[in-house]
Design a protein around this ligand. Structure first.
Ligand SMILES: [Fe+2]
Length: 194
């Protein structure tokens, strides 16, 4: 799949999660919102990481007139990662939870709109079909090995992110497996307690 189609597909996927969040009941009292937020955090962490490791550096190299828009996109990602980082540890019963997610959603929609309306057309004009396919393949590959949690303090440009990313990804994926294991144990304990 070419890079632009792949990234647009990611954008639609995350927007579907945003709409589910907006429609879900109150965050307080253990509704669906915490679970939806966890999915949003994972999707956005992976998406921002593959763009930062693969897409932005390669399009800047292939089409240097994209530089200003790439730099804006990096700043938007930076803000989003701080928001995700704060949200990751937040209790849905917290007064600020809902508002913080809604502001994140607003910011991401604005970022997506700018990418699709300003950056992507420049990329399509500056790179060949073959280059876009090649970048698409690299984005798909990177998805398997990038961090799955936000790392706002980590470098977001090469070579820093290429060096630090894999180690963070290993830790994130171990953390996810640990969380799954804890949930399984909780379920089992719950069942034996029935
Ligand atoms: Fe982005």
């Amino acid at each position: 799949m070419d890079a632009i189609s792949l990234l647009k597909q990611d954008h639609r996927k995350v927007d579907a999660l945003f709409r589910q969040f907006e429609r879900a009941g109150p965050a307080r009292g253990g509704g669906q919102k915490k679970g939806l937020l966890e999915k949003i955090i994972r999707e956005l962490s992976v998406h921002t990481a593959i763009e930062e490791q693969v897409f932005y550096p390669l399009v800047r190299k292939g089409a240097p007139d994209t530089t200003d828009n790439v730099l804006i996109a990096l700043e938007q990602h930076h803000v989003a990662k701080w928001e995700l980082d704060e949200l990751e540890g937040m209790d849905p019963d917290d007064d600020r939870f809902e508002a913080k997610v809604l502001v994140l959603i607003d910011n991401i929609r604005h970022h997506v709109e700018e990418e699709e309306e300003a950056l992507f057309p420049q990329v399509q004009a500056g790179l060949t079909r073959q280059q876009l396919d090649e970048i698409g393949n690299r984005l798909a590959q990177a998805r398997e090995s990038v961090p799955t949690r936000p790392h706002p303090r980590m470098p977001d440009e090469p070579p820093g992110n290429v060096v630090a990313g894999p180690a963070a990804a290993v830790v994130d994926r171990a953390y996810e497996r640990g969380k799954e294991a804890v949930e399984q144990i909780r379920e089992q304990v719950g069942r034996t307690g029935d």
